[in-house]
Design a protein around this ligand. Structure first.
Ligand code: FPP
Length: 246
């Protein structure tokens, strides 16, 4: 039986987040430049998002560019930004066809203007779509996000907009970049690395973690189905006992 056939569509993860890793190694194995890996990585983005939408997953968040990625060689950063613009232009039709709403999280001020313009245009054009919310984490770092949350809340306390006693988990949630997104249920990282790399630290508190050796440009729809099947075999206890769940 294929992995797709094994999926119980009534128990899908609501929110899948992916650390797309291994583009560079994929290219190196073929004697090509790193960008060749990134270019092929965009094809995996396309098919993975499409597979999630077809299944009925409501939220998918992709780690496309981290705050730490700014430290890569200038040429790689520039080419990645160009690739992002090209992909946004190319994928708008697929997003519309599949009723997918585009969203972005991260420190948008750090992005080149050209990327911002393209990004905002696609966000605007897809804003009424409602089958799947696709969030791109761009210039995103979880620690930076948490610092911005602390600053915003402390400003509000200082200006008597909120009292210190009222600060709880929901107040923090409301100040995160991900304020409109549900918690992550399944976090996938490709390429064999088993790290979180400053991605959605608060939001993955109870996520199931799934690591695969597949390099991102090789990631297929079937790989996504396999991750979901694996997720569905796990018992999510949220701190309770097995008996309490039954
Ligand atoms: C990690 O591989 C990948 C990235 C840092 C960038 C991800 C970007 C894409 C898949 C393309 C553009 C994205 C969208 C949303 C259109 P790596 O370079 O760290 O690989 P390595 O660990 O093998 O060197």
């Amino acid at each position: 039986m294929s992995f797709k056939e094994q999926i119980n569509t009534s128990r899908l993860p609501n929110h899948i987040a992916i650390i797309m890793d291994g583009n560079g190694r994929w290219a190196k194995k073929r004697g090509r430049l790193r960008m060749f890996g990134h270019e092929n990585g965009t094809k995996s983005v396309s098919r993975t998002v499409e597979a999630a939408a077809e299944l009925g997953v409501s939220h998918m968040t992709l780690y496309a560019f981290s705050t730490e990625n700014w430290n890569r060689p200038k040429l790689e950063v520039q080419t990645l930004m160009k690739l992002l613009i090209k992909s946004l232009r190319k994928e708008i039709e697929t997003l519309q066809k599949n009723n997918i709403k585009l969203n972005a999280i991260g420190n948008m001020d750090a992005l080149p203007n050209k990327v911002l313009i393209e990004l905002n245009e696609v966000i605007e054009k897809t804003k009424t779509n409602n089958r799947l919310v696709l969030t791109l984490a761009l210039s995103y770092g979880s620690r930076e996000e948490l610092v911005s949350v602390v600053k915003e809340i402390s400003d509000k306390v200082k200006n008597n907009i909120i009292s210190k006693e009222k600060i709880d988990e929901s107040v923090i949630n409301e100040h995160l970049y991900t304020q409109n997104l549900p918690d992550v249920d399944l976090l996938i990282r490709t390429s064999g690395e088993q790290r979180i790399s400053n991605f959605l630290l608060w939001q993955i508190a109870y996520a199931e973690l799934y690591f695969t050796n597949v390099l991102w440009p090789d990631f297929t729809k079937e790989d996504l189905y396999q991750a979901i099947v694996n997720y569905q075999k796990r018992e999510r206890r949220f701190g309770k006992t097995s008996e309490q769940l039954n």
